[in-house]
Design a protein around this ligand. Sequence first.
Ligand code: F6R
Length: 244
Amino acid sequence: MKVIIKENYDELSKEAAKMVEKQLRGKKNSVLGLATGATPLGTYKELVRLFKDEDLSFKDVSSFNLDEYIGLDENNENSYRYFMSENLFKLIDIKKENTYVPNGMANNPIEAGMEYDRTILENGGIDLQILGIGSNGHIAFNEPAKSLSLGTTLVRLAKATIQDNARFFDNIKDVPTEAITMGIGSIMRARKIILLASGKNKADIIGKLLNSPSITTNIPASLLLLHPNVTIICDKDAYSRVNK
Ligand code: F6R
């Protein structure tokens, strides 16, 4: 595992975008795994700039998002499909039909999850996966638990996640309590993974993850320690509790 420490959020975002750029310049039809939330926003902004100013094309790219809230459709401003359209897809030349986000409106989310994993495989698997990390150590919506699902499936969100994500909603009561999330196995099959962590509210979990590296389902992100090609990019605030 490689750890890159950047001065601030802006530098972190540029570093992550540079890695995505390298991937796309090397393989035009790359399959990207994408995250939502506050952390990757700067990376997406920089990718939009690279598209506009430096001819970085996404026209042959496919993308798979990590997760979606149950019950929110693409017109709902809090859905992750809406987030991706507004912050990336509408602003670059990716084809909408090549952008996949789990369907939070599916009649059978468990079936829909299995179908999602099949579609990832049919597209050749994920070349480069971008991840954020929850303050409780979740990746995607794989919450700390005794066991973690391998495949994409329906999950109940942890209290901590509902509290963390309430900042995007008018009222905490509006935060959905369930989601479809890519499973740990779906994530671990990605050929390369970049995990982004920014800000003081991630310092505790990054400290736990890196100070005494060990695997536990109580910190789902710790499973990444088993992956052969993971880069963690932190800003100084997120890295501040790692023992020197
Ligand atoms: C988002 C996702 C989540 C977030 C995590 C961090 O698609 O799967 O795991 O990456 O909750 O969120 P932020 O970046 O808002 O701190």
